[in-house]
Design a protein around this ligand. Structure first.
Ligand SMILES: Cc1ncc(COP(=O)(O)O)c(C=O)c1O
Length: 385
């Protein structure tokens, strides 16, 4: 199985990094559930010494994800947060980072409650306004950390514009691409230096594994990430690596359906008299709809809407029957959640309100079920309001 130089995205998802197992010819890379490897003689081994350092299942996933994101190498971690933690070890005390203000709550918690202890400094900027990035940069700034679309208000950052500004100051750009998925946008194509994923979400796609990945292009980043993955040891396990790899093979067709279903639900909600406001980049009413059309292929699987009060939001959340009330996103099944008390509970109230995460906001990770069933479920829940 040989990939053409210019193989298409779906072909890459299915085949990149996947070679028949050398010992049996198995088409699917086995789950190498082992902690160590027997050496032929002292100092003679097959490239595998100890499973924290190397694992063939993990290596196959890493090669696959690197190709999917258009990077030169990828490193798989135990979770999205472990991947973020690894990237942040590129920095040293005294360094400053400009961060999208509306980033995932766990990212904010890592930066504020852990990394500040090591004298790293963070400025949270509305990166949807390129001028705000420029304003936030200081002489000590060593990283621009972007998330687009943001979770859960789906604000966008112009990736090409942001990379031009950061690179003009010699600052590398990292993009958390979890929310969009590489089917919808590939940040490296726009100039990003590093991409982070919670593979727990769209890459795995089946809500049955927790993991993370970092994709890199620069030699110095690749060298450090390889080192830190082994030195800190927050690796993805072989079973989880295998599950993500199973997921990436169907990423394009899943994302097509996520995109289509989310667009249909966003339109349905926007037309519903009991819904106060809908956030979805695919709606012409979205303030950055034009940017979304330029930068994204489809508009992603996440929709957020405001119900006017916490009580009304609670009624919807407690009344859905098909949708699951749960944390997380990106699985084949539709998940509904309340960002203020679930994903963003670790963000202080004042900050939450500043970035638009109101108490009446409901977020839907739209799955790939038949869209009429999803509409009907929301309709009956909204009827109870
Ligand atoms: C945008 C984003 N980044 C990172 C993470 C963290 O990933 P994990 O839960 O796999 O640690 C999440 C989790 O929800 C997320 O939504």
């Amino acid at each position: 199985m040989k990939l053409r130089e210019n193989a298409g995205f779906s072909t890459i998802c299915i085949h990149a990094g996947q070679v028949p197992d050398p010992s049996t010819g198995a088409i699917i890379t086995p789950i190498y559930q082992t902690s160590t490897y027997v050496q032929d003689a002292l100092g003679q081994h097959k490239g595998y010494e100890y499973a924290r350092t190397q694992n063939p299942t993990r290596a196959a996933l890493e090669a696959n994800i690197a190709a999917i994101e258009g990077g030169r190498a990828a490193f798989a971690f135990a979770s999205g947060m472990a991947a973020e933690g690894a990237v942040m070890t590129l920095l040293q005390s005294g360094d400053h980072v400009v961060v999208t203000d509306n980033t995932y709550g766990g990212t904010y918690r890592l930066f504020e409650q852990v990394l500040r202890k090591y004298q790293l400094d963070f400025t949270y900027a509305d990166t949807s306004q390129l001028g705000e990035i420029e304003r936030a940069i200081r002489p000590a700034t060593r990283l621009l950390f972007l998330e687009t679309p943001t979770n859960p208000v789906l604000r966008l950052t112009d990736l090409a514009g942001a990379c031009t500004i950061a690179h003009g100051h010699g600052i590398p750009v990292v993009v958390d691409n979890t929310f969009a998925s590489p089917y919808v946008q590939r940040p490296i194509d726009f100039g990003a230096d590093l991409v982070i994923h919670s593979t727990t979400k769209f890459l795995n796609g089946h809500s049955d594994s927790v993991g993370g990945a970092v994709i890199a292009v620069r030699d110095d980043h690749i060298e450090w990430l390889k080192f830190i993955q082994n030195a800190e040891g927050a690796i993805i396990g072989p079973m989880d690596a295998w599950l993500v790899m199973r997921g990436t093979k169907t990423l394009p067709i899943r994302m097509e359906r996520h995109n289509a279903n989310a667009m249909a639900l966003a339109e349905f909600l926007a037309a519903h008299p009991k819904v106060a406001r809908v956030h979805y980049p695919g709606l012409p009413s979205h303030p950055q709809h034009d940017l979304a059309r330029r930068q994204m292929l489809g508009f992603g699987g996440l929709v957020a809407f405001e119900m006017g009060s916490l009580e009304r939001a609670r009624t919807v959340l407690n009344s859905v029957q098909l949708m699951a009330l749960a944390e997380s996103l990106g699985g084949v099944e539709t998940i509904i959640s309340h960002p203020a008390t679930m994903t963003h509970a670790s963000v202080p109230l004042e900050r939450r309100l500043q970035i638009g995460i109101t108490d009446d906001m409901v977020r839907v990770s739209v799955g790939i079920e038949d869209v009429d069933d999803l509409k009907e479920d929301l309709e009956q829940a909204l009827d109870r309001v």
